[in-house]
Write a protein that binds this ligand. Structure first.
Ligand SMILES: Cc1cc2nc3c(=O)[nH]c(=O)nc-3n(C[C@H](O)[C@H](O)[C@H](O)COP(=O)(O)OP(=O)(O)OC[C@H]3O[C@@H](n4cnc5c(N)ncnc54)[C@H](O)[C@@H]3O)c2cc1C
Length: 369
């Protein structure tokens, strides 16, 4: 039996951090919003993430979206639930070649208005004594931060609800002309925004998406053991390369004193199981940069899947060839960072306004082309 339609100004499908941010931004404009999420709020990729808010500068479009979003994240700095911790990002150079590359990155970030500074070896060890001896220096991005993504997603959903948004704890079964049918046959009517991350092709099969598996390890509490989010300068090769599997040094101090150790990327691993071999490879990489990590007690290991488009940029915009269908998905390993800017951009597009940044690089129609 089909249940009669309720009508909304925007129906957001998926309440990961991207859908939650879109629902929040739309409801803040007075739109009547419905949210559809069958699982826990922020329980998908969002719950698996490290929560590092970071500007990657190797793609100008990605940098523009990150920079826009990082400014919006400032309004969460005092929100207790966000667990916002401004630890800064410290990119580590193993040799002079990497250090020289860092100065180009500093220039690119400076051009985008992001403060980044070179560190010589002495300054590097003063900030992070636990790093292995013999490194050449690094690059510090002092205002970057870490957050706790699932709690932020919950907060965004609650904010939308406080403005009247309605949450349906159901699965969206199929998109319809001007609406969506839920798995209990309820029909919701209105423009639809699909924010279902890795599950996007189930509703929009024309938009390709791959799930890129990642592992994370979290330790017991060791306050002060490291002080910054630490990454190797070669991290972008892992994040943006197309290798079937890769690891990179990426370690984070949680506000609790726990250490979060990443990161791995795999395209062809489709199951959520922890792979001991991959964890070992990832840990060996981090031990090579911070040998003392070997002595810490790990508490838990988990996996998650990054929603990855063929060109690594998210789909943000109108669904090609459809009326009143929008998509915000495919943020790979940067969706926490870029959720807030993505949401603002989407609401501007839906309302027919010019967004604060050029939306063209993220237009889903590029896939049709
Ligand atoms: C190991 C790992 C580490 C990461 N670290 C970082 C980091 O440090 N910084 C960073 O910026 N990003 C990071 N990311 C990336 C980030 O987690 C993702 O880009 C982001 O969470 C994607 O959010 P999303 O809302 O698009 O997807 P999701 O969080 O997966 O949300 C999609 C939601 O849609 C729902 N859904 C699916 N199908 C349907 C349906 N038919 N009907 C209704 N709902 C549906 C799902 O239940 C889910 O809740 C990391 C990711 C991983 C895996």
């Amino acid at each position: 039996m089909t249940v009669a339609a309720a009508t909304f100004d925007l129906i957001v499908i998926g309440a990961g951090i991207v859908g939650a941010a879109c629902a929040d931004a739309a409801s803040a404009e007075g739109m009547r919003v419905a949210m559809i999420e069958p699982g826990p709020i922020g329980g998908g990729a969002t719950a698996a993430a490290m929560g590092h808010l970071v500007a990657m500068d190797d793609d100008p479009a990605e940098l523009a979206l990150a920079r826009y979003s990082l400014r919006l994240w400032e309004s969460f700095a005092d929100l207790k639930e966000a667990e916002f911790s401004r630890c800064g990002t410290l990119w580590v150079a193993r040799n002079d070649h990497e250090l020289a590359a860092a100065s180009q990155r500093i220039a690119r970030l400076a051009a985008a208005g992001i403060d980044a500074r070179p560190l010589d070896a002495a300054a590097l060890y003063e900030r992070e004594p636990a790093l292995v001896p013999g490194l050449a220096g690094g690059m510090l991005v002092p205002r970057e931060a870490v957050v706790y993504p699932p709690r932020v997603a919950q907060n965004l959903v609650q904010r939308a609800q406080s403005r009247g948004a309605r949450l349906y704890a159901r699965r969206a079964q199929a998109l319809q002309r001007h609406g969506v049918r839920l798995d209990d046959d309820t029909l919701l009517s209105g423009p639809v925004l699909v924010a279902t991350g890795c599950a996007l092709p189930a509703l929009l099969p024309a938009l390709p998406m791959r799930a890129r598996k990642g592992h994370l390890v979290i330790t017991d509490r060791y306050p002060g053991f490291i002080r910054h989010q630490l990454l190797e300068l070669g991290y972008a090769d892992s994040a943006h390369g197309d290798a079937d599997s890769s690891v990179a040094f990426n370690v984070q101090p949680r506000p609790t004193g726990q250490i979060l150790i990443g990161s791995s990327r795999e395209f062809s691993a489709n199951d959520a199981d922890v792979s001991p071999a991959m964890v070992q490879r990832m840990l060996e990489r981090s031990f090579a940069f911070v040998p003392g990590l070997r002595n810490l007690q790990a508490l838990r290991v988990w996996t998650g899947f990054r929603p990855t488009t063929p060109d690594g940029r998210p789909y943000l915009g109108a669904v090609p060839g459809a009326l009143d269908q929008w998509v915000a998905a495919g943020h790979e390993g940067l969706g926490v960072t870029t959720a807030l800017g993505s949401a603002k951009l989407m609401v501007d597009l839906i309302q027919g306004r010019e967004p604060a940044i050029d939306p063209a690089p993220y237009a889903p129609s590029r896939m049709a082309a």
